[in-house]
Design a protein around this ligand. Structure first.
Ligand code: HEC
Length: 242
């Protein structure tokens, strides 16, 4: 009888911990690991050249970019030119206070299939859109309506398809982000786990030594793929001009 109750206690403790622990594991979401494989941190770059980049993402819940388990357009790369290394610290502090969530939403939607921050793809660049509507107080409202309903004949012959699945509030955030974050000619953002960066011409100012800061990031889908407890991972590297 006594033996039986000891066994009962042991079984109770065992199940209490295994069930309790598995519930804990379901709710936990580990942050993704993001690594810029190429170029190497602290390497050098030449003006007016092309740099190939490769990013590796692994996430306990979402998977590994090497096995095509990560949607490449959800991997963001922010590239920024600075005059010299004294500017790095304040740039990174400023970046950590910048809300990138509208951009994350755009990268997990279809926007980057047709748009780039700089340079025309199927649709106009976000840089040119920002320039065109900068002084238009109604732009957030009208552009939001156009993205949801679809748009044609403003920029050329290509049509933007409708996006009825997106919420108005969500698209407003995207439009605000596009209009507010695309006037810096020394900053670019790209999506994808690999690609090329076209390095600008050498700046005329002799004082500019030239630093390139690259920040890759990925926001995971949360423990239940519903993005409720999403976490972000990232890596920043610094390159110097020759
Ligand atoms: C299939 C390609 C495609 C997709 C996907 C797409 N766009 Fe467009 N977008 C275009 C084209 C083409 C135009 C230019 C249409 C025109 O000339 O009126 C455009 C125009 C725009 C404009 C400017 C509209 C204007 O009236 O000046 C904004 C802002 C915009 N897109 C944002 C977005 C956002 C945000 C997303 C993602 C939710 C997105 N686009 C997805 C192709 C696309």
């Amino acid at each position: 009888m006594q033996r039986f109750s000891i066994l009962g206690v042991v079984l109770f403790v065992f199940f209490y911990f295994t069930i309790g622990f598995s519930q804990f594991q379901i709710q936990e979401n580990r942050p993704p690991l993001v690594k810029i494989v190429a170029p190497k941190d602290f390497s050098t770059f030449s003006w007016n050249s092309i740099i190939r980049y490769t990013i590796h993402v692994s996430d306990h819940e979402d998977g590994n970019s090497e096995y095509d388990e990560i949607n490449p357009t959800e991997v963001l790369l922010v590239v920024k030119y600075l005059k010299d290394s004294s500017e790095i610290k304040s740039y990174l502090i400023n970046e950590s206070n910048t809300d990138y969530s509208p951009l994350v939403q755009m990268s997990s939607s279809t926007c980057f299939n047709c748009h780039r921050a700089k340079g025309t793809l199927i649709g106009p660049s976000f840089e040119r859109i920002a320039e065109k509507y900068q002084k238009d107080p109604k732009a957030v409202q009208t552009l939001t309506e156009k993205i949801i309903a679809g748009d044609t004949s403003i920029w050329g012959d290509e049509k933007m398809p409708p996006h009825p699945d997106l919420k108005v509030a969500q698209v407003k955030e995207m439009v605000r982000w596009i209009l507010e974050n695309n006037s810096d000619t020394d900053k670019n953002y790209l999506t994808g786990i690999e690609g090329t960066i076209k390095i600008k011409e050498q700046p005329v100012a002799v004082s500019e030594k030239g630093i390139l800061v690259m920040t890759a990031s990925y926001t995971d889908h949360g423990s239940n793929n519903q993005r409720q407890n999403s976490r972000q991972g990232g890596e920043t590297i610094v390159l110097k001009s020759h």
